[in-house]
Ligand binder design. Structure first.
Ligand code: GLU
Length: 428
């Protein structure tokens, strides 16, 4: 009651402490963000009027390294949400063993209502407002919901102008010719796919063709559909904010994507070259998609989609969380009781920030990797983390989510301890 998203997120931390001998100081530090910045961003609109947007940047914890996390543009962005997303980033980076702490940014705006020029002015305005609190060794933003490489290109340009120095390592997810990394575009989806492949047998998902339903057809959802389809999985349903499409014998993700680019509409299509033809399919709601009888359910949109109300109706054999926070705490308990494994967000969608880490390393070295190297390194990170987390879950008889938090907390605790805690200074 009166509980915020942030309060609920922190219960996962409390749960993890039961399985680890962790310093009191670590837990206390992880209960509140390191810093919260709220800014007003004045933007000159195309009609000459002035609009002021609210923006946030939360640095949650930097025990492990500089803070890292995306920037979200959405009309429902609030400080509570950004704080929670920054908390999740802290655990995500630690769960896969990246040398980063966690942060997140957001602007309360519906980007679909802005022209491209207004969007550019807003993006530059946001960076100018937070420029003093970010930096290649301090806090490193990236894309998130409704931001992309084009926006990162404007932002890194703005930051470099302010600093009067070429500073590509301040931001990741940049366009390739602005210092981006190959393979960053589909990294979130690819990472989730590598997790699924690494755990498929351990989770006993069967050997036949696996049926997949994906909620969300943005960067993560579309790329997951394409990668899984190419690997022989059958994509039976995908959705966007307006609804879902379903085709039992499988959709062709690339054609659906092409059709959506051309017509701004989600329809089952088949394209040859640029010519697309709509094929037979069913239209269902986003809520119905979540309850489809499939092997793998992939929430790849926003928070709080699987709740106590629909968790009992989920028929999928496994859930792969490409979105951040799609499952509520209550729903998690129901799914655990029903024996439906969830590959949790802080593991399943960590591929994005992992390739962001590679991008940052490449920027710092001025030496750029070929795509096979990016894929190989990403695979290694995701497989190692997946197996480690699976083993922790088996050992304690806990969910993969709690195990991921345990694994992350252990690393954060080591980082806190290595800087000195009361226990070290306590003379008996
Ligand atoms: N926004 C992505 C996430 O939630 C990527 C963050 C990053 O690359 O820093 O993980």
């Amino acid at each position: 009651m009166g509980e915020t998203l942030f309060d609920r997120a922190k219960t996962r931390l409390d749960e993890a402490t039961k399985y680890l001998d962790v310093e009191e100081e670590t837990v206390v530090r992880l209960k509140a963000p390191k810093s919260v910045l709220q800014v007003s961003i004045p933007v000159r609109m195309d009609d000459g009027s002035l609009k002021v947007f609210q923006g946030y940047r939360v640095r949650y914890n930097d025990a492990v390294g500089p803070t890292k996390g995306g920037i979200r543009y959405h009309q429902s962005v609030t400080l509570d949400e950004v704080k929670t997303l920054a908390f999740w980033m802290t655990f995500k980076c630690a769960a896969v063993g990246l040398p980063f702490g966690g942060a997140k940014g957001g602007v309360t705006v519906n980007p679909k209502e802005l022209s491209l020029l207004e969007l550019e002015r807003l993006s530059r305005g946001y960076i100018s407002a937070i420029a003093d609190s970010i930096g290649p060794d301090v806090d490193i933003p990236a894309p998130d919901v409704y931001t992309n490489s084009m926006i990162m290109g404007w932002m890194v340009d703005e930051y470099s102008n302010i600093k009067r120095a070429y500073s590509p390592a301040v931001l990741t997810g940049k366009p390739i010719y602005a210092g981006g990394s190959l393979g960053r575009d589909d990294a979130t989806a690819r990472g989730g796919f590598y997790c699924l492949e690494a755990l498929k047998e351990r989770l006993r998902l069967g050997k036949g063709t696996l049926k997949v339903a994906i909620q969300g057809f943005g960067n993560a959802g579309y790329h997951f559909a394409k990668i899984a389809n190419d690997a022989g999985y059958r994509i039976v349903a995908v959705s966007d904010s307006k609804g879902a499409i379903c085709k039992e014998d499988g959709l062709d993700p690339e054609s659906v994507y092409k059709f959506k680019q051309q017509n701004r509409e989600l329809k089952a299509a088949y394209c040859e070259g640029t010519v697309c033809e709509v094929v037979d399919h069913k239209r269902i709601t986003n809520a119905e998609l979540l309850e489809l009888d499939v092997d793998i359910l992939v929430p790849a949109a926003l928070e709080n989609q699987i709740t106590k109300d629909n968790a009992k109706n989920i028929k999928a054999k496994c859930i792969v969380e490409l979105a951040n926070g799609p499952t509520t705490v209550e729903a998690d308990n129901i799914l655990a009781q029903r024996g439906i494994p969830v590959i949790p967000d802080i593991l399943a969608n960590a591929g994005g920030v992992t390739v962001s880490y590679f991008e940052w390393v490449q920027n710092k070295q001025g030496y750029y990797w070929k795509l096979p190297k990016v894929h190989k390194e990403l695979k290694e990170y995701m497989e190692d983390a997946s197996v480690e987390i699976f083993n922790i879950a088996e050992k304690h008889g806990i969910t993969l989510r709690t195990a991921a938090y345990v694994s992350a907390l252990r690393r954060i605790d080591e980082a806190v301890k290595s800087k000195g805690t009361e226990r070290q200074f306590h003379v008996e």
